[in-house]
Design a protein around this ligand. Sequence first.
Ligand code: CP
Ligand code: NVA
Length: 325
Amino acid sequence: MLTDLLSLGETAPADISRILASAAALKKDLQRRKTSRQLAGPLAGPLAGKTLVMIFEKSSTRTRLSFEIGMYQLGGQAIFLSPRDIQLGRGETIEDTARVLSRYAHAIMIRTFAHETVEAAARAADVPVINGLSDKHHPCQVLADLMTLKEKKGRLKGLTLAYVGDGNNMAHSLLEGCAKSGVSIAVATPKGYEPDEAVVAGARKAARGTGARVLLTRDPALAVRGAHAVYTDVWTSMGQEDEAARRRRAFAGYRVNAALLAAARPDAVVMHCLPAHRGEEIAADVLDGPRSVVLDQAENRLHAQKAVLLLLMGRPPQEKTRRSR
Ligand code: CP
Ligand code: NVA
């Protein structure tokens, strides 16, 4: 039983499929309500009376809005907190913060730097904790990405996704999410920017159970060859701003442009979690071109996260096993 969403490596394939199916149904329902001009019915929703507290230690457009609007559409409430607003920013520990929030709220979402902070919050909290991005993982984004891929291709099993760029949080969650969903993944990074070895080993193990393949290479053209989807992300993630110049040099041959895309399948889709830097990791004509599905990915954050919120908050509280206290 899923009690937190920290990474897709720790999420069972059956839970991933359940979330994707529920997200598709929620999307259909919202579209039906929009066409019939019905309101989402916030007071009568399944999470009526429930509160999600969100701690953002980094900036966000999509994650903040999709969680906030998602909670509203389900009848609940979301509260946004930055470290400036709460005592966390003045040195109160994440454990004390999580314990206190558990006395008020029904779930906690956290976007932070060290992944250990999310893990510490989950250990201390009595309520579900959702990782809204850490330096190591971005599971909510990849749930939306898998949903998008399934919508565009009609299936997941048997597809191949190429990821070109930094072996960062997005690469890690894609490795885990793809391997668990039967999507083969080829990751092309420059030397020194490879994904975490333990994450790759976990993905390889999961892939053995689903028939997916996991390939690591330095060659973007090799990764992209025959792919159904070509994915990239920024070269400099939040918190790495001091390394930007060095990273621009290291990643110069890892731009997703029309020439690289030509090696993928003719019907390959172009994916990016956004925000994007046109002319760096992706050429403007590719990001804004007809094969780009980036806005569908952004929209699907709302539907996929509503499915996560329902799964974690829409049932009686689960007893969480405390690993430390
Ligand atoms: N993709 C994503 O997580 O976007 P935000 O940083 O805007 O939340
Ligand atoms: N890798 C990026 C993802 C942003 C959604 C970052 O961490 O900044």
